[in-house]
Write a protein that binds this ligand. Sequence first.
Ligand code: FAD
Length: 510
Amino acid sequence: MKRYLYSGDTEKLERVQCDVLIIGSGIAGLYSALHIDKNHKVIVITKTQVDGSNSWLAQGGIASVIAPDDFFDSHIEDTLVAGAGLCDRKAVEVLVDEGPRNIQELIADNVPFDHNPEGDLEITREGGHSHRRIVHAGGDATGRETTKRLGEIALTKENIEVKFNTYMVDLFTDEHGVTGALINDGEYKIVECSNIILATGGIGHIYLSTTNPKGAIGDGICSAVRAGAETYGMELVQFHPTTLAIGSMENSERAFLISEAVRGEGGILRNQRGEAFMQGKHPRADLAPRDIVTRAILAEMKKENIDNVWLDVSSMSEEFFKHRFPTIYQKCHESGIDVPREYIPIRPSQHYQMGGVKTDLNGKTNVDGLYAAGECAWTGIHGANRLASNSMLECLVFGRRAAEYINDNFRPTVKNIEVSKDNSSIESTDVERKQLEVRKIVSTYANAVRTRQGLAKGKELIDDISAKADKLKLVTQEDYDYYNMVCTAKMILDGANNRKESIGAHYIEG
Ligand SMILES: Cc1cc2nc3c(=O)[nH]c(=O)nc-3n(C[C@H](O)[C@H](O)[C@H](O)COP(=O)(O)OP(=O)(O)OC[C@H]3O[C@@H](n4cnc5c(N)ncnc54)[C@H](O)[C@@H]3O)c2cc1C
């Protein structure tokens, strides 16, 4: 693996300084920025705009023990059950215990959570949860409403600068830990900073079909690995059972999610013959854990040789559906599906990356000064399978913890850090086709249902591509993206081949 991607002359680049650099403007990035001491200068960078994140797209809501009949042990237990034995119990306890306090803070910050006509907070239930504990905003636009509000607040803070359309290429380190990053905001620049939080989100676009936005390719995780950070569980990839099945997977920018909450409100999965095929497959039927529902759908699709199954939402009135799921209602109607009368065609797509950069309970990685929070991190709370709506909560709880830890353990900026570059010379060509090739390999061999033989084949193909990619001179963002996609794919296939047991989302057939 290369140490650096950048191959230009680093000597001539402009240098800027800050106290804390945060990479990513999703909920993890913004919330952590808001918890850094106001006397520290913070720069938040983001590849596109504030809407270019998984956070913006999150629909269902945020899980937390808020309802009077709910209790901490139940949320802990549900999370551990979903995680199939791979959760870190301590991390789960922190998540659950500190959840309500952070929800209260969002309420105080005027995140517009939905209320019922009596004025009480609406709290709903999703798959895998034994109690109602999901708060939501804008009906099914919780992520958008939360990210928008956190972004608005961040923009009012004098110590926080948010740089849009800016991407991080490389992280720099010395013998004491992280010292800075190479970024591009139209020009390459070196940010000198010894406290860096990675909040770079997921990896979805290394699969053909994903609910994630285009930039989600795991490049933050790859940069951390090149800087010496350890990862865990990269093979633990969650698929969402119900994404809108329209058009071919290869050409789709992003699969539109039909939230689990739709099944929570009475939606039923049906096969070609109209049978409710989840009945009898699991005690929670349509609300069984995501991996079980995903595999049941794939089995139906295989059995009937069809590209999708259906979600029957006809038990809900149009008025209710439109109010509760405005985004889904609109998308279905734009796509010519007359919900709730007509069934919604659905199929599984990649959705969430459980694994990531390994951290402790304060977001600290093994590289001093480098922290990770949110979807790019492995805190141990999701184990082998994430429980619905626990991920935004993770962004809040662990994003805040990383910020508070930095406040207490601040590392001064090293000025005039030594930086190096990559010296490869083979020109990179045909990058778009090569990116598609990687996505096809990962989708074929490291999907929701895996085989030992398939994983070995996938690894062989990616190892070959990876060895060739290491020799390429990378010049454009597309080149970097390609290299990072190969790196992410390799971590997933290596992890999947190394993990001997079939567990949670890492399901081995036979
Ligand atoms: C459709 C959908 C629905 C979901 N619904 C729910 C839900 O209901 N409840 C729930 O809890 N979770 C849900 N999730 C999961 C949840 O939204 C995410 O796990 C969570 O929001 C991730 O937040 P994050 O801050 O870690 O990353 P993101 O929100 O993905 O933000 C990543 C940021 O990093 C930036 N970035 C990445 N790489 C670089 C780079 N190299 N340089 C600069 N910037 C970079 C991106 O531009 C972006 O700003 C959903 C996810 C999706 C896709």
